[in-house]
Design a protein around this ligand. Structure first.
Ligand code: SF4
Length: 307
């Protein structure tokens, strides 16, 4: 049996957990390739026009896995923690995928998390493991090892970022969902371009999540989306160590458009660039905006030094 994992959406949050869980159970898996033009185009063919760019890319990844595995891991997630909600896309994507690819007779691996009901993460993994034909003791062991592996790797990622914050030179905080920031087609070109300008990109998603969720209340007490809370809180935690902020969201994202507006109104005293990614061809316009943004920060810095 082989499991396919789309390299999109929650993969970027949970890949350590998912991959090591399957490895511990001895289940073979394949991760879809990095997003490329073909995957993006496939996604736009399968998705409805109104879908956000990130969910179009997700469908492209699912399409790229068809015929390459027996089951595809498509999580259905209703909430996060005790009272955090998530974008409705994470609740709906299971059904969207099921319906979109019904003619291809897609088979989806069970993964259903609803912390407000009984389907917490461990129970969900238990069901997934049973679905894969494994015994309870083996599944429990695999889950605990995978959790530990996720924790250690996330800690290492966080530490690596902490050391970048100590470096000299300009640092820009990238505030966006990891599936946008790390995506090779839409987010990574921005990271690479900043590096080419000798700017160190700091990723909001690599901040201590618990501390970020707590810090987010200083910006807004009423934000409903847990993942956005982590990003907003990262701004509070890092703001004294960075020179500017780039908000990266995909078109047309409901939660981000509201949250970015709050950020723009409430975070003062630091330059902010609001980028809405639409997957269109050509990076010239984007590079010009990035370059101007960096130039403005440099000019302001020089003016300050002269005073
Ligand atoms: S949060 Fe925005 S980008 Fe992410 S799935 Fe929802 S609408 Fe799409």
């Amino acid at each position: 049996m082989k499991v396919g994992i789309p390299r999109a959406f929650l993969y970027y949050k949970y890949h350590y957990l998912w991959e090591s869980f399957l490895e511990e159970l001895g289940i073979e898996y394949v991760v879809s390739p990095y997003t490329n033009r073909e995957i993006y185009q496939q996604g736009t063919i399968y998705a409805i026009d109104e879908a956000c760019l990130s969910s179009k890319i997700y469908l492209g990844h699912v399409a790229s896995l068809l015929g390459k595995c027996d089951y595809i891991l498509v999580p259905r997630v209703f909430g996060f923690g005790e009272d955090g909600s998530v974008c409705t896309k994470f609740q709906a994507i299971y059904d969207v995928v099921n319906n979109t690819f019904r003619n291809q007779k897609i088979k989806i691996l069970y993964y259903n998390i609803n912390p407000k009901e009984t389907a917490n993460e461990f129970r969900s993994f238990l069901k997934m493991g049973k679905f894969l034909g494994k015994k309870k003791a083996q599944i429990t062991r695999a889950y605990l090892i995978a959790k530990q592996n996720q924790k250690v790797n996330q800690l290492m990622d966080m530490k690596r970022q902490e050391s970048l914050l100590e470096k000299d030179g300009m640092k820009i905080l990238l505030v966006g969902h990891p599936y946008n920031v790390y995506d090779r087609y839409i987010g990574d070109p921005i990271i690479q371009y900043l590096k080419s300008l000798e700017v160190t990109p700091i990723i909001a998603d690599l901040c201590d999540k618990k501390a970020a969720r707590e810090a987010s209340f200083q910006v807004s007490e009423t934000l409903p989306w847990a993942f956005n809370r982590e990003l907003v809180g990262a701004i509070e935690i890092y703001r004294k160590k960075i020179d500017g902020i780039i908000l990266m969201s995909s078109f047309p994202c409901g939660p981000d458009s509201l949250v970015n507006e709050i950020i723009l109104r409430r975070i003062k005293g630091i330059p902010i660039l609001n980028l809405v990614l639409d997957g269109q061809d050509g990076s010239a316009g984007l590079e010009t905006r990035l370059e101007s943004f960096i130039d403005i920060i440099k000019i302001k810095r020089d003016e300050k030094d002269e005073d």
